[in-house]
Write a protein that binds this ligand. Structure first.
Ligand SMILES: [Zn+2]
Length: 146
């Protein structure tokens, strides 16, 4: 069995070496590589080295079921856990999925700045309200002091 692999290895390396110039070191490396590859193929072993980290990563970060440019809209935001559309997800995530916003962002590897948990209209409203409130208070104080 091993001699068969050796013969095959020699044939492959010789045919490669006849096409390209290989340094002695490269030749040795190539013999090793081809031999290992043929042996693992013969044993039915598929090299798991490349696939493993990719798989591990997938378990941590879930792939969103909705395209990311669809999840933050003017009138609603989409929950990636269940696909529901609502004005704000904060309370929903906690109640329905027992998720803190930070865990939610982490799970889907979302950028909180890019994909907020509130729809654009809602955050705009809040911003305006805060601004008006701030201006009002400042105006009041100015009036009061003068
Ligand atoms: Zn949900």
């Amino acid at each position: 069995m091993a001699t068969e692999v050796l013969k095959l290895t020699a044939q492959i390396v010789i045919s490669h070496a006849s096409m390209t110039e290989l340094t002695p070191k490269e030749l040795v490396e190539e013999i090793k590589e081809v031999f290992n590859l043929l042996t693992s193929l013969e044993e039915g072993v598929v090299a798991p080295v490349v696939a493993a980290p990719e798989k591990a990563k997938e378990e941590v970060v879930r792939k969103p079921s909705v395209p990311l440019d669809e999840i933050v809209k003017d009138k609603y935001v989409v929950c990636l856990e269940c696909g529901k559309k609502m004005r704000t997800l904060k309370a929903h995530l906690r109640k329905a999925h027992h998720l803190a916003p930070a865990d939610y962002f982490k799970r889907y590897s979302l950028d909180p700045k890019k994909y907020p948990l509130v729809c654009k209209e809602y955050s705009e409203q809040r911003r305006k309200l805060a601004k008006e409130k701030g201006l009002g208070e400042r105006g009041f104080r100015r009036k009061a002091t003068t």
